[in-house]
Ligand binder design. Sequence first.
Ligand code: HEM
Length: 511
Amino acid sequence: MISVRRMQQQALRVSSRSAFPIVKWMERWTEGISASPEATKQQAVRTLDDMPGPSVASFAWDLFARRGLSRLHELQLAGVQRYGSMWKASFGPILTVHVADPALIEQVLRQEGQHPMRSNLSSWKDYRKLRGHHYGLLTSEGEEWQAVRSLLGKHMLRPKAVEAYDKTLNSVVSDLIAKLRLSRHPHGLVTDIAREFYRFGLEGISSVLFESRIGCLNLVVPEETERFIRSINTMFVMTLLTMAMPSWLHQLFPKPWNVFCRCWDYMFDFAKGHIDQRLKAEAEKMARGERVEGRYLTYFLSQTGLPMKTVYSNVTELLLAGVDTISSTLSWSLYELSHHPEVQASLRDEVLSVLEGRRIPEAADVARMPLLKATVKEVLRLYPVIPANARVITDRDIQVGGYLIPKNTLITLCHFATSRDPAVFPNPDDFQPHRWLNKDQTHHPYASVPFGVGKRSCIGRRIAELELYLALARILIEFNVKPDPKGVSVKPMTRTLLVPEKVINLQFIER
Ligand code: HEM
């Protein structure tokens, strides 16, 4: 009986997932049967030995010889075509199980336990150990992670607490608009928009962390800011490489590891410099008998009695988490809107009608802008900043899709593949924000989860969304955004995060 079902599944997988939704449904059904508790009781649970996947040599060839590291998101789609919803592969020294079906991703996340572990992020952790730094929220685990998550959650996850940042963020958006005006070439062309949006992302997250401005959107950008942004970019490029190389190879080919460490050194120094400066100013105020009333995250963190090393590492990690994520999402949003003028016009109408003559939206206005929210959802479906997330279940073996996954196995959650799955999202490569507003079209809740789900999901989600909504609404009020007349289509690439492969140039025509 088992072998018949496996043969059925294999046969169905041979057919392209994209071509026949009915086949896809049957495949899901057979998978569903094998995953259901009833069926699991009847059949012997399969092990990793039974799981399909490329040989170590062929996957290494794909990764290193065929520029696969920057195409990891595409390898997810190829994996689904070749092996179905689950397959195993060896990423350097790490064996990982890929899961590329919303229902199976749900199975993993529902078993993640009390203190979920994302992945070992081995090279990030090795760097911190080497330098004696503490871990921040991205890298810490267990009780240590839980303690900081609970503290930060009060200020980053509660809707009212986040809404209170709208004035601060709006002043950063005003500077972005002014900077876009200044950066325009003839015909309103702004070249390499991601460059401006990196600076916007860094200024935005800094304003929330320090309640002060650090000059990223000034006419002359401080060199230390540019270097911080370069360090983040290079560190992300080196992350995959340093994790895929066994540590003994770091001795033989030291360059990637050394560059990676230098980037982190700079990022930690940058964050520490800003924190120390800010806290010193507060201490001086107090010494003068003035009232200190911090409403910024670094202040909240420093008041909790955490060791300063923990404050430094958390602020460093929050700073870096707020730059590429915002820049990529904003770049893709405007890229897609420039190619879909009808959606852009509807979105502008929505914003203008809610604002009734005002030119600056507030956080509370966004609740009445469903198309704005749907646009960001759609952009993050097409271009999930984190194209593959991960989980490691450390305390027990779990079952997923009828397979027994031993504890401590790295499970890669293929979000790029699920969010481009034609059986879930018809015409998956098309930009259609309205699909999120159509009540008749429902999607599996785990098919597009760009911020993750559950206890370990993105803690910056509310801040990120507010920043994106405020920036997009204002840009559309001020400008008609058009594609570069000489522009070519831009595809995404993986650099740990999903970013545009080429520079995006757009016309910002004054309205
Ligand atoms: C479009 C913007 C963003 C996207 C799509 C995004 C996405 C994600 C995802 C997928 C995760 C992993 C969740 C999981 O493992 O389940 C994550 C974690 C995290 N994000 Fe974001 N993020 C964004 C912006 C931000 C911003 C602006 C910040 C900082 C304010 C931030 C801070 C973090 C932190 C600290 C974590 C780790 C949380 C933990 O382990 O407890 N993110 N993000």
